[in-house]
Write a protein that binds this ligand. Structure first.
Ligand code: C2E
Ligand code: MG
Ligand code: MG
Length: 714
């Protein structure tokens, strides 16, 4: 079974792919260019020789003798032109039409002359046999004419015509080879013409070996039968020395030719197969380069590239164009609740939904649950609303919301990456804002946006040039109002933007994961100031440092503290670590490890902003904090809201009963201070006792008696 299959495959009975068929056909036709060109030159030479040998004949009389040369020459011209046009993808049809018409006309003239000369002396069968090459040539030129008129007009290429023209040409070759060689043999010459033509045909007809083998086989047998009488005669004359040797050689030659055509075919098929695989791989790579692998829609690289092209195209009216950034709010919860797989499915469905809502527009997934669209501003609200409704109507109980930021390109040289960044920024401004789902980037947003870009791009130079300054805000004992410590707060005093407050730069630096650079700079300044203070003989007090959750991911924050303590030779109890309550989410990661190390190292740990976020008392249970810093929001409207004092009282007592010391921040009035003092809150911090200020101001105030430094530290 395996053997039969192998034979079938070797002979080309198996079905090739379309690519393989086209490949084989094209290489065949390429070969035909060379073959027909050789014939063309050869026959031209033969014609010239023929005419020169017979000078002085009337024009018609030249057609009476050997017309084979002319037929063969004409066939070669037709095949050459066809093959050349076909492989070189030439569009011009006129030369082909004129030429095939001319060949056809010549064929008619030759046929006419043949009939005129022989009609009287020959029977119908004889005439038809005599006309066989004229008929084939007519078929060849008509086929080519039809190809030029029908097929090439439609700009299509057609394998069928190529194969048929090749076969017709092969038949002429073989016929010519057989006839000439029979003539040669009768004159005791070699069968070289037959051999040459067989090789010609074997090279030209390589698209199915069984076809080549069959055509060659028929030709060999046919020729052998006609050759046999001569061979036999020779054999008799030489006492049996011819037939045996020539027969063997002859059939070996046939087998070799058959093998040759099989081998060339297999070789080409193999090349085609490789080519096809390569093309498939390339296509895959090309697709991967433009496709988002999760959702199957375009990826952001493709989006940027195409948007750039569209912006540059004069046919696109950019005044009507908008870049959109779409963000699904709360998608993380969806993922957490239903798993990654469900999340992916949701995103895929959403991607298709967005594509449907913006038909014909550029749509891509940027990352996570973020999508980018490049569209016309016409009906954009309706379209986004359509998507939003679908987002909200998801069947799960997770509350999802779609927020859209938009950006109008300012000119043709707008960079789509920047445009999407701007739209994204506009979108971020309506984050968690109920009822506001669409925000366009405008001038106000623009200046804000540039400030952010500035911050991210200049943090390194700000650190290097000393634009980052540490300010100290006093912390006092509630009872004596004597200074017991400070909180270190960062300020950015910039030559371009002037005074920047942490509210402006901290969230940006956190978003772009640059916050550790600022914090490292602040920590070092605090230690340096303290060393200076000690050396100058000031009474120094503990300073609490604000740590961002990201500090523990982006640098070895605890290691840095340890190094600084050593470098500046500072007692450990002089530095306190503030960790904001919102950092202590479920996903603790490296933070938990770091907190353990802080405790082990002997630094005091403060829980900052208690009550500002979604407080969980578990935080108090699970972690070892020394000081509870009660957020200033409790003091907002303290006098008017009767619940505030009750809650504050409870928190202070709670802290006390679990062995934590308490500090309330944001104390601005004497009433608040009085209340907190009575409630048992030990430490106070707020504008009432002093705003954050440079170290020089702190020292001045101590010197001029505004502040009294307590002997007792926090
Ligand atoms: P925080 O740690 O809760 O700091 C207290 C903030 O409240 C400071 O704002 C301070 O100026 C302000 N404040 C103090 N007393 C009063 C008051 O009586 N009334 C009012 N209205 N505000 C008062 P600031 O300096 O703008 O800092 C804001 C936040 O930025 C800080 O909140 C802290 O979370 C963060 N931050 C400041 N400096 C740094 C730093 O060096 N590194 C890190 N990672 N975060 C910092
Ligand atoms: Mg703080
Ligand atoms: Mg705070």
């Amino acid at each position: 079974m395996g053997f039969l299959k192998w034979v079938r495959e070797e002979l080309g009975f198996n079905k090739n792919t379309k690519y393989q068929r086209t490949y084989l056909n094209e290489t065949n036709i390429k070969t035909a260019i060379y073959m027909s060109f050789i014939v063309l030159i050869l026959e031209l030479w033969m014609i010239i020789r023929y005419v020169r040998k017979r000078p002085g004949l009337a024009f018609w009389e030249y057609f009476d003798g050997e017309t084979n040369y002319l037929i063969f020459f004409s066939a070669a011209v037709v095949l050459f032109l066809f093959s050349f046009r076909y492989t070189k993808h030439i569009k011009k049809r006129v030369p082909g039409i004129i030429l095939s018409g001319a060949v056809l006309l010549l064929d008619f003239i030759m046929t006419g002359r043949f009939l005129y000369k022989n009609a009287g002396s020959m029977g119908t069968a004889e005439i038809l046999f005599g006309l066989k090459y004229y008929i084939i040539l007519a078929a060849l030129s008509i086929m080519y004419l039809a190809y030029e008129i029908k097929i090439s007009k439609q700009g299509k290429r057609n394998d069928f015509y190529g194969q048929l023209l090749n076969i017709l040409f092969a038949v002429i070759c073989l016929g010519f080879g057989i006839e000439t060689s029979l003539y040669d043999v009768s004159k005791s010459r070699q069968i070289l013409c037959f051999v040459t033509m067989i090789i010609f045909v074997a090279c030209m007809l390589i698209w199915k070996p069984f076809v080549s083998v069959a055509i060659l086989g028929v030709s060999f047998i046919y020729f052998y039968r006609l050759w046999y009488p001569t061979l036999y005669e020779l054999d008799v004359a030489t006492n049996g020395r011819v037939l045996e040797g020539d027969q063997i050689n002859y059939f070996v030659f046939w087998i070799v030719m058959a093998m040759l055509s099989i081998s060339i075919y297999q070789q080409r098929r193999h090349e085609a197969e490789k080519d096809e695989n390569l093309i498939a791989v390339n296509k895959k790579l090309e697709r991967a380069a433009v496709e988002d692998d999760l959702t199957g829609i375009h990826n952001i690289f493709y989006f940027n590239q195409e948007a750039e092209k569209m912006l540059k195209s004069p046919d696109v009216d950019i005044s009507k164009k908008l870049f959109l950034f779409l963000n699904v709010e709360n998608f993380k919860t969806y993922n957490d609740q239903f798993g990654y797989q469900a999340g992916n499915e949701y995103l895929t469905a959403l991607a298709l939904l967005i594509c449907d809502a913006f038909p014909g527009d550029l749509v891509a997934r940027q990352s996570d649950d973020h999508f980018a669209v490049f569209t016309d501003d016409d009906k954009v609200m309706e379209k986004t609303e359509l998507v939003r409704k679908k987002v909200k109507s998801n069947e799960s109980e997770v509350y999802l919301e779609l927020k859209v930021g938009a950006f109008r390109p300012k000119g043709r040289d707008t960079d789509p990456r920047v445009a999407i960044d701007c739209a994204r920024y506009a979108c971020s401004l309506i984050k968690n804002k109920f009822g506001k789902n669409y925000m366009e980037y405008n001038d106000d947003v623009d200046s804000e946006f540039h400030k952010r870009q500035y911050i991210v791009n200049h943090i390194d130079s700000a650190v290097q040039n000393g634009y980052i300054k540490v300010y100290y805000q006093p912390v006092v004992w509630a009872d004596s109002e004597e200074l017991c410590g400070y909180e270190a707060l960062a300020r950015w005093i910039d030559p371009t933007y002037g005074f920047l407050s942490p509210g402006e730069f901290i969230p940006v630096l956190e978003e772009y994961r640059q916050i550790h650079k600022l914090d490292a700079c602040i920590f070092e300044q605090v230690c340096r100031n303290m060393r200076e203070g000690i050396d100058l003989g000031f009474s120094v007090l503990p300073v609490s440092l604000n740590f961002s959750r990201l500090d523990f991911e982006l640098m070895d924050a605890v290691g840095l503290l340890e190094d600084l303590i050593e470098k500046y030779d500072i007692p450990k109890d002089m530095l306190h670590v503030e960790i904001t309550e919102s950092a202590l989410t479920e996903n603790m990661g490296v933070l938990e490890e770091a907190m353990k190390r802080i405790k082990e190292d002997g630094f005091a740990m403060w829980l900052d902003d208690f009550g500002a976020g979604y407080s969980s008392f578990n935080v108090l249970k699970d972690f070892e904090f020394d000081v509870l810093k009660i957020d200033m929001t409790f003091l907002k409207g303290f006098e008017k809201n009767e619940k505030s004092p009750i809650i504050l009282n409870a928190i202070i007592q709670l802290a006390d009963s679990i062995g934590m010391r308490s500090l309330t921040e944001g104390v601005e009035t004497d009433e608040a201070a009085d209340f907190l003092r009575k409630a048992g809150c030990g430490r106070l911090q707020g504008y009432l006792f002093g705003k954050p200020m440079p170290i020089e101001d702190v020292r001045k105030r101590i010197q001029n008696g505004t502040y009294t430094v307590s002997d007792k530290h926090i």
